[in-house]
Design a protein around this ligand. Structure first.
Ligand SMILES: *Cc1c(COP(=O)(O)O)cnc(C)c1O
Length: 260
């Protein structure tokens, strides 16, 4: 994983254009190595902690979707930037059931579905709003207890329940890999998610699409693409280094001993 000082903070539309072009070029190069079409990889800019004025610069540079991991921060930004009517919001962090109502109001995508109570509450609120929501199921591929997401061996039973929630459009799986600069530790998480997706493609019920693999962040998105990512979630390589370490967002913990 590159040191955070290798990321340049974007303060102007040109800075954002430059950072976006650099990330897109790295995506294209990773696709080439993997024999993949770059059109099959979606770049999701992750804008958590970034204030509105800089999000507007990113929008002016071409970003039409932003990923946020905290619902209330995302809702506040969506409301203050509602004049940008083609800007879509993706919630990529864990959701408590009592906050599902906010996601149902403004988000176009939710990437961290990992329990049925949230699915039920989202569906109920979406029905009331007359909206649908694109959804990914979050899988814990790193066996770290601090990370949310279902253990891999529980995902099939989980997705079999999802057709009941008709406003949720399930498109695939999302994971946070282990946090390590060592790609030899990170890559197996990506491989595990791809294998699980391939298995679920055979076994998931009708109406449950298993195309997408959301995996890879600023430090490891090229490896994720080599392993099949269709969505990469990139914050710091576009916006610049975050002041707070990753442990602020995902408290560290020891790997659990439960089998996966
Ligand atoms: C912050 C975040 C990212 C992006 O991480 P960067 O290091 O900024 O690229 C990706 N996924 C999730 C769930 C995040 O919270």
């Amino acid at each position: 994983m590159p040191a955070t000082d290798t990321y340049c903070t974007a303060h102007s539309i040109d800075d954002f254009r430059h950072n976006l072009a650099t990330v897109q070029r790295r995506i294209a190069e990773a696709c080439k190595r993997a024999g993949r079409d770059p059109q099959t990889v979606r770049l999701l800019p992750v804008s958590k902690t970034i204030p509105e004025d800089r999000l507007r610069l990113a929008y002016a540079a071409g970003c039409r979707q932003m990923g946020e991991n905290k619902v209330q921060e995302a809702l506040r930004k969506a409301e203050t930037m509602s004049d940008l009517s083609d800007l879509r919001w993706s919630v990529i962090g864990h959701l408590q059931t009592n906050k599902a109502k906010y996601v149902a109001r403004f988000a176009s995508e939710f990437q961290a579905l990992d329990n049925l109570r949230v699915a039920q509450e989202l569906d109920r609120r979406l029905q009331a709003e007359g909206r649908g929501l694109d959804v990914l199921v979050q899988v814990n591929t790193s066996r770290e207890s601090s990370k949310f997401g279902l253990p891999p061996d529980e995902v099939l039973a989980f997705v079999r329940q999802l057709p009941a929630f008709t406003s949720l459009r399930v498109h695939g799986l999302m994971t946070l890999a282990v946090f390590s600069p060592d790609l030899a530790l990170v890559r197996p998480c990506f491989v595990k998610l791809r294998h699980l997706r391939d298995q679920l493609r055979q076994e998931a019920p009708d109406g449950i699409d298993m195309t997408d693999l959301s995996m890879g962040m600023s430090g490891d998105f090229e490896a994720a693409i080599e392993e099949g990512a269709t969505i990469v979630r990139v914050g710091q390589a576009i916006f610049g280094p975050r002041a707070l370490p990753d442990s602020h967002y995902w408290p560290p913990s020891n790997p659990t001993t439960s089998p996966s």
